[in-house]
Structure formats: structure tokens, C-alpha cells
Design a protein around this ligand. Structure first.
Ligand code: FES
Ligand SMILES: [Fe+2]
Length: 362
């Protein structure tokens, strides 16, 4: 049995946060979100506002707070505009420096020239964009991801364009979200009408791999409801066709999954307090190895819409359960959950996580 886990206390939460900041690269975006000059994506990670932006073809990441009087630079979760603060229009360039401001002469020139937004190093795993939170960390992204780097790189190449991007608030500790996605033991009961109908959850996974806290796993397809021939045909020229449901957990913040390469889910976990975690939900269409005709594109749009609806259903089915668990945990602080063989990825995750010396003296 693993040691007692804590989903409640502020002190534990703070230690976990420090650990993430010290040792992590975090997965923040896919290149397809930042294809054009001035495309940007923003997020707030443990209270730090950060943006990633295409500056004339170079992807850069900075603090999303203006150096003048600390307004947020980009207010939206994503979009396309120059990185200028809307309070007094200070505009930032690709070095995080101030490249434009009104009434420049009213400020000390040297002071302005020296200003730089805090910058985060950007790293790539295929088309996935990561940033390094701690610039003292002496691991590059390849070392950080170990043997997960190559399969993650492979899947990244098959993402098409983004179809949705929204956030679901969860009244749960981040660990419950991680535990929930690391097993499909609950799929036949919780997702009876969605996931289980597609044929997943009844067959144990055969292919998987781990590196530190990262892991991937492929769940084979069992008996499923018949798919329409038109849908199968329309998807037949997609570039990626794994046999089952593929799932990646990239420690600490990201979940990537795909049902037979027919579309891609990218979940981004943003903890806010010991009992609150936001889940940013992005979905990407598949890529095709040929140009689609208008009628094929219409069918693909229909498929993407229904995938988005099923994803929303699945996420809300999970949310209901884990919020329920969180509310019970206050009374079960001194008891450990029990994980069995079907929950092997959770055990592997805690084997790494509980072994961290930063968390040992809690
Ligand atoms: S606070 Fe940003 S320009 Fe003034
Ligand atoms: Fe689930």
C-alpha cells in the first residue's frame, strides 16, 4: 500500500507547487495554435500569468504582466494581436523589451531600455511547445521526457487545427484529476454511454511505458457499437491510425489522448488551491494525407462536433465523481486509497512522486 496521500492541506499543496516549479518543463501549447505572426496563448499557472506568442516566426514565452503598472498584457486565453498592454499601450518585442510606448520622452530613456519581461525558455517535442519554469533546471526537454519523448513527438505530428478551447473548473485537488485519467478501470461504469460504447475499458492495456512520472498507455478496443460507414470512410485518409485509445500523462500538467487517431484531446491542468483545479480543454481535428473536398470537410466538421460533445460528456461524468470524492476526503484524511493492478499507472506515478525528497518530510 502506498503512503497516505494528502488532498486537503495548504502546506502540502505549497510543497508540491515548489517541487513542480523547481523540476518541471510544462507542456503549454501545440504549434498549430501559434502558426501566424502574433498568435498567442495565455494561462495562469499557480498564480503566475504567462503567455506564449509567435513573434515573426519565433515562439517566445513571457510573464503576462506589464512592467509599467502591472496590468495583464493579454486578457484572452488565446488570440492574435501584438503584445501590447491595453492600459497605456506599452508594446513588447521578442526579447521581452519595450518596443513602443506613448510619450516616450516622459520617461528616463535608460530605465525603459533596460526593462525586460521575465522570459521562459521554450522547448519542443515535435510540434508540442513546452516552457521551462525554473531557469536553473539543468535538464533539457529531451532528458526531462526520457523514453516518452519519441512517442510524444510522433503523436504531435498528427494534430490538425484546434476545434475547441475552454476551461472547466473542478472542486478537486489536482491529484484526483491525475488519478482519474491514469486508469480506465472506471470506464465501463462511469462512461457506460460514451467511452464504453466505443469499446474501451473492458480490455486491459498491453502497450505502455513510463519515465519518471510520465507515462503512456494504449487501451485496445473491445466490442463496440457499429460506426457509420460514411464516417469511417471520411476518416480513412487521416495520417494516424492507432488501434485503440492512446493516452499520455506528461508530468505534471498535461494529458493527451486520442481515440484511434480520429481527433486529439489536450488537457491542461491548472491547480488553484488544495481543493480547486481548473482543467483547460483543447481538442484538435485529425490531419489528413490529402486535400479534403467540401463535402468531405462537412462530414469531418460534423465528426469533430460530435467528438467535442462526447468529450464534454466524458469530462463531466468524471468531474461529478471526483468532486464527490474530494468532499468525502475531509473526513478520510488519515486513510489511504487502495490501488489494484488495473490502476498500475497510478502506482507508478506515486512511486516517483512520493519518492521526491522535497515531499518526504511532510
Ligand atoms: S500598465 Fe501596461 S501600459 Fe500601463
Ligand atoms: Fe473518466
Amino acid at each position: 500500500m502506498i503512503k497516505n496521500l494528502n488532498y486537503i492541506d495548504e502546506a502540502v499543496y505549497q510543497k508540491e507547487k515548489d517541487l513542480f516549479f523547481d523540476e518541471s518543463w510544462i507542456l503549454v501549447a501545440h504549434k498549430n495554435e501559434l502558426l501566424n505572426n502574433n498568435d498567442f496563448v495565455t494561462f495562469e499557472y499557480y498564480g503566475d500569468k504567462i503567455f506564449v506568442q509567435n513573434f515573426n516566426g519565433t515562439i517566445k514565452s513571457f510573464q503576462n504582466v506589464c512592467l509599467h503598472r502591472f496590468n495583464t498584457i493579454h486578457q484572452e486565453p488565446y488570440g492574435n494581436r501584438v503584445s501590447s498592454c491595453l492600459y497605456h499601450n506599452w508594446t513588447y518585442g521578442k526579447k521581452g523589451n519595450v518596443v513602443g510606448l506613448m510619450c516616450r520622452n516622459s520617461f528616463e530613456k535608460d530605465d525603459i531600455n533596460e526593462l525586460r519581461l521575465k522570459e521562459y525558455e521554450v522547448g519542443y517535442c515535435g510540434d508540442f511547445i513546452f516552457i521551462k519554469l525554473n531557469n536553473q533546471l539543468d535538464k533539457n526537454l529531451e532528458q526531462y521526457l526520457g523514453n516518452i519523448f519519441t512517442p510524444l513527438e510522433d503523436i504531435s505530428k498528427h494534430f490538425g487545427s484546434k476545434t475547441i478551447d475552454y476551461t472547466i473548473e473542478h472542486n478537486v485537488n489536482w491529484k484526483l484529476l491525475v488519478e482519474n485519467v491514469l486508469e480506465c478501470y472506471h470506464c465501463t461504469s462511469v462512461h457506460e454511454n460514451s467511452f464504453a460504447k466505443m469499446g474501451f475499458g473492458s480490455v486491459s492495456p498491453e502497450k505502455f511505458d513510463f519515465y519518471d512520472a510520465h507515462s503512456w498507455c494504449e487501451f485496445p478496443k473491445g466490442e463496440s457499437a457499429k460506426q457509420s460507414k460514411i464516417i469511417e470512410k471520411s476518416l480513412s485518409s487521416r495520417t494516424f491510425k492507432p488501434q485503440g485509445y492512446l493516452h499520455f500523462y506528461i508530468y505534471p500538467n498535461a494529458f493527451i489522448s486520442s481515440v484511434e487517431g480520429k481527433g486529439f484531446y489536450f488537457g491542461f491542468m491548472l491547480p488553484e488551491s488544495p481543493s480547486k483545479t481548473n482543467l483547460r480543454v483543447r481538442y484538435f481535428a485529425p490531419k489528413f494525407d490529402k486535400e479534403l473536398s467540401e463535402s468531405e470537410q462537412n462530414i469531418i466538421d460534423f465528426i469533430n462536433n460530435s467528438s467535442n460533445e462526447s468529450l464534454d460528456l466524458v469530462l463531466n461524468e468524471d468531474k461529478k465523481i471526483i468532486e464527490n470524492i474530494q468532499s468525502n476526503l475531509v473526513k478520510f484524511k488519515d486513510s489511504s486509497p487502495i490501488f489494484g493492478d488495473e490502476e498500475f499507472r497510478i502506482l507508478k506515478f506515486y512511486e516517483y512522486f512520493n519518492g521526491k525528497k522535497e515531499l518526504k518530510d511532510i
